[in-house]
Design a protein around this ligand. Structure first.
Ligand code: MN
Length: 255
């Protein structure tokens, strides 16, 4: 179902490239996306922290050659000093997209209701898609956390912190996030496999949501991806129980 190594079409090749020079702030990423889509190349492009433009491209070899030739020139205003190209594995991307650009905000609210849980909310097309995670998120890639999809929430609820009935809510973490994966959003969510990167105070790096059951409240698994932000063996909800807004814990709030 999710064989990340399966090429979508035979005859596809893949490459990774790093473009050096004056290549940021000159429309390089958008021009690369336009050229790649025109030639039927899929993958992604992003700005590197070191001033480079980096990309993963896959498609017919002739189309990749054309894209690499384009990278050597760049769009008007760019000054390309060099392009490093190396062969890569075909990953089966279905789009060519810009990475490293925020798709919106995310929030995790710890909620004591009838049952204690954490509400993970991701902004998608202006609303907050929401999952109730009984045990909360983890930075340990070996841990799979049940996440029950619940109704969308308004963005205005993201900042709510306070008592609610006999229980209460704290803003446990928040920040921005990037949509990732081989399939564009929101289709990735519709298909039940969504990859994203969180830029929060506690939660950082890549995560995946994988749907495992349908119904009125579909069940998903929330899994930390193995990257530089992964913390094997850690228990972030125990280590960092405090609100990122007030500093108080949910127990202190409810009293
Ligand atoms: Mn809730």
């Amino acid at each position: 179902m999710c064989d990340v190594n399966a090429p979508r079409a035979s005859g596809s090749a893949a490459l990774r490239a790093v473009v050096h020079g004056r290549v940021q702030g000159v429309g390089f990423r958008d021009a690369t996306v336009a050229r790649a889509r025109e030639r039927g190349v899929s993958g992604w492009v992003r700005n590197g922290d070191d001033g480079t433009v980096q990309l993963h491209a896959e498609g017919p070899p002739a189309a990749l050659d054309d894209l690499v030739a384009f990278l050597h020139d760049g769009p008007p205003g760019a000054r390309v000093d060099s392009v490093d190209v190396e062969a890569a594995r075909v990953e089966g991307h279905e789009q060519f997209a810009v990475r490293g650009v925020s798709a919106g905000v995310f929030v995790v609210q710890e909620h004591q209701a009838t049952a204690h849980h954490y509400d993970l909310r991701l902004e998608v097309d202006g609303v907050m898609r929401s999952w109730a995670v009984p045990k909360g998120p983890s930075l340990d890639p070996g841990v799979k956390r049940l996440a029950v999809q619940v109704g969308d929430h308004e963005k205005g609820h993201n900042t709510f912190e306070g008592t609610l009935g006999d229980g209460g809510v704290i803003v446990w973490d928040r920040g921005t996030y990037e949509q990732g994966g081989r399939v564009p959003w929101p289709e990735a969510l519709d298909r039940g496999h969504a990859v994203f990167a969180l830029h929060g105070e506690k939660l950082r790096g890549g995560f995946a949501l994988q749907r495992t059951g349908d119904g009125p409240k579909p069940q998903w698994l929330l899994i930390k991806r193995r990257d530089a932000e992964a913390r094997p063996g850690s228990d972030i909800v125990a280590q960092r129980p405090e609100s990122v807004v007030s500093g108080q814990t949910l127990d202190e709030l409810i009293g």
